[in-house]
Design a binder for this molecule. Sequence first.
Ligand SMILES: NC(=O)c1ccc[n+]([C@@H]2O[C@H](COP(=O)([O-])OP(=O)(O)OC[C@H]3O[C@@H](n4cnc5c(N)ncnc54)[C@H](O)[C@@H]3O)[C@@H](O)[C@H]2O)c1
Length: 440
Amino acid sequence: MKTNITPANGKLGILIPGLGAVATTMIAGVEAVKKGISQPIGSLTQMGSIRLGKRTENRYPKVKDFVPLAKLDDIVFGGWDVYSDNVFEAATKAKVLEAGLLNAVKSELEAVVPMKAAFDKNYAKNLIGTHVKTGTRYEMAQEVMNDITTFKEKNGCDRIVLIWCGSTEIYYEASDIHQTIAKFEQALIDDDKRISPSMIYAYAALKMGIPFANGAPNLTVDIPAMIELAKLTETPIAGKDFKTGQTLMKTILAPGLAARSLGVKGWFSTNILGNRDGLVLDDPDNFKTKEVSKLGVLEDILRPEDNPELYGDLYHKIRIDYYPPHGDNKESWDNIDIFGWLGYKMQIKINFLCRDSILAAPIALDLALFSDLAKRSGMSGIQEWLSFYLKSPQTAEGLPPENDIFKQLIKLQNTLRHLMGEDLITHLGLDYYQELVDVL
Ligand SMILES: NC(=O)c1ccc[n+]([C@@H]2O[C@H](COP(=O)([O-])OP(=O)(O)OC[C@H]3O[C@@H](n4cnc5c(N)ncnc54)[C@H](O)[C@@H]3O)[C@@H](O)[C@H]2O)c1
């Protein structure tokens, strides 16, 4: 049965708290693609295809031709930041994209001017932005809602999605005020410091029925109050932390090692990066949030408790160091100590010279487009099928996350097939052979 999906008519506003390296790289990229001067490489929604039916049918449409997504030409960008730079200035400072490309879309980027941020410096001590809202958390949430309404009217948008591309906040855990909507709303009024800035945006969005995806490792929508609110207002949520760089490599490689029953004794990962994200992560409290998000990946894929002979002694260590000369060009090294037949030792070394925001930008775009699709398809609450894009996927309480990128892709593709009333693909394939035998 095909799901009843509201068509993607009219304009989609993508509103972004945090117009830094990732956001500006995404916005500039989309504007360049719209002008036909670049390609949206790395974006599954724009470049990827999906198999439908049996292999013998040879049906592989592009994802964007299969499901009714918003067109890039129908997207309008906006956002908030603690700095007042417009997106052209912010992208120039982020130094991810070359001046030639930025100049080609200069007027479009200059038109995106950040609104004042809902901010609390205690959550990102290394930022010294002054372009911020004043007032209690409750007042800030109301202002964010007003910002959204004004943006929507001014730009003639039919629909809005929010994608958090703001800095990683300091590490915090859910407490009593995060448990129910009622307690959360009281805490907003009380200006309770345990409500982080990202939660203010998420609350505002969900209250208005606007999808929210979280690209950073902070909890944000990963608390019972937000899940309850998302259900109440029938709004999709997804989080957390864009899956790029070293963790992307880990979730590609680890499932392969596990698939071959190869043992892993140690996995040492170190990174250097010099962008503003790196500066924020230089604070131990902010790094802790990132570390927790990255650490879970291997355990979830290898499941040491079920495979003690192979992974019971696994030592997993992650380091991130701020190194300004590298800018956004993050470099990571992995030393992986593995063992094979009869316990014989081997090593794998990975030296990934990556570009963090080049990997993250298409993820942010896809999350925005798929969150909008989810809303129009009547899906609400946690969108686990979007785990494919996330380092620390949000799941229903008690459900272990799936971090294996290949299983995540199968889930994503089957969700799309399900929405469009196509057969789900199990990759069993036995029926083909039966059919071939019958023909002979
Ligand atoms: N670059 C990647 O590949 C990657 C991968 C995974 C996750 N992330 C996460 O995505 C986020 C963005 O990364 P980035 O490289 O663009 O960082 P960035 O530092 O360049 O940009 C973040 C922006 O958010 C702004 N900001 C901070 N708090 C804010 C608030 N309360 N409201 C509005 N704006 C606020 C900052 O001023 C900054 O301009 C970070 O949390 C990062 O950890 C990035």
